[in-house]
Design a protein around this ligand. Sequence first.
Ligand code: 16G
Ligand code: ZN
Length: 545
Amino acid sequence: MASDSEALQGLYDKHCVQGFKYAYGTAGFRYNADVLDTVMFTTGVLAGLRSIYLGGKTVGVMITASHNPPQDNGVKIVDPRGEMLEKSWESYATELANSASQNFASFQNKLKELLEILKLDLMTPGCVAVARDSRDSGPRLLAAFKTGTEVLANLQVTDHGVLTTPQLHFLTCKTNDLGQGAVIAETLYFKEFLSAWDELTMLCNIQSLPYKIRIDAANGVGAPKVEEMLGARSFFDNTFTVVNGDWKNPPALNHLCGADFVKTNQRLPQGISGDAKQGPHINCSFDGDADRVVFYYVNSVGEFKLLDGDKIATLFAKFFQELLQTAGLRDELQLGTVQTAYANGSSTHYLEKMLGVPVTCTPTGVKHLHHEAVKFDIGIYFEANGHGTIVFSEKVTELVTQKFSDASESKDRHNALQLLLVFSKLINQTVGDAISDMLGVMAVLSILKWTPEQWDNEYTDLPNKLIKVLVPDRTVFKTVNAERQLVSPVGLQQSIDDLVDKFDNARSFVRASGTEDAVRVYAEAATRQKVEELVTMVGQLVEKS
Ligand code: 16G
Ligand code: ZN
């Protein structure tokens, strides 16, 4: 630790200002960039402490505000395997930030208290890897973060510069896998996923994509990364175009484009037209830090058709179920999906009733879904907004290897077994990754020889709508049953249920947002008109409660 109180105060004074109250939310700290300096400084301290606590393992830190507007920013801590920070440490992060936001003395006391509670030996070296997205507040906030890391004397900080969020998760995990001495750089990310792609296309004899892909990169960091990655393979020559790739122009970030814009407004982003003259193609949109992706196309009668996270999950579920069948592993390996309350009822019905694949529902936020998905051998998790991935258990590799060495197995079976392993490499298992998920979807569509329409036709979404209601205090809205039922305010759930009963095929739930000061109301019903009616009425109940 900075040797004396004076030195510590020197570091504190460089960036800390007083008066703001922070909370580590669903995806870390996320606010207007103007108020973030203090929490960046304390996150530098806390990430270092976390690494020391874990015996010097590398802890990742991502500076991003994802799909939020350009003036916002945020920070989240990534644990050594690339997963989200362990829950109990979220409160340490919040407490340390709020102590620094009071004054130097309370920061110093809180730090001392944490060192005692956690019984930390400050001589253990620690390692932190940090990256940021393309926001213009990034360099300033990175400087505050780095000053925070100077509070701990033996901390090694690797600054990866500008990366997508999933790149940082992946590199954090790799650093810990490969250990000290390994060169961990962004090129490793490109290399691993491109080799998986090469292997896959060779195995399935895919010479080219069946149609072109237009990538809306939200004017964010996904643009240069996907261009660099796909640009490295002649396979992708003339198959992809990046639109909204102006990542060096921060005010354009997420503006009228990106996954959140497309999903929320259910329409094409700026820069992509529904012009049929452009030949067969599919479109997709990343969000600002490229950890989400949604697909879409315009059908023959000019309608915009969204292929969101639910559609991605169902595509993968169908594909993997058939693959397990061909591989002769359907009974040995458990395939399952994880969704949230926002999943369209039709997708859940399709998974459970048509495919017979189990579905678990969890609260919103990747950490909850990931946690449940790892309970399956092949766990597919996607939020409807496009955030998700697939996780494969060790048993998958073990069984595949075992079966593969059995020469009596047929050629089809051998191929299916190999394909299972290749997919486990093509998918970024640490967290949802727009680039890797996009390649995964393109691989499945190529193998199945499906057009976007065929993918879409597997089931029809129920009309749905999500609205935001401003209330004086959103913390009174408490839920159970994976956010599907309110227990407070008392009686409100009953009124919602009574209302929903009057509609056909309807469902509605209310939850406090974890990222905004608002309450969200979701509804689905048999027709567009009915869903409008229902969501408005539930919204009114919330306002009156
Ligand atoms: C965060 C979550 C995202 C979730 C969203 C919900 C992560 C990395 N991100 O952005 O998955 O869909 O919050 O926001 O977990 P809300 O609570 O405001 O509805
Ligand atoms: Zn994001």
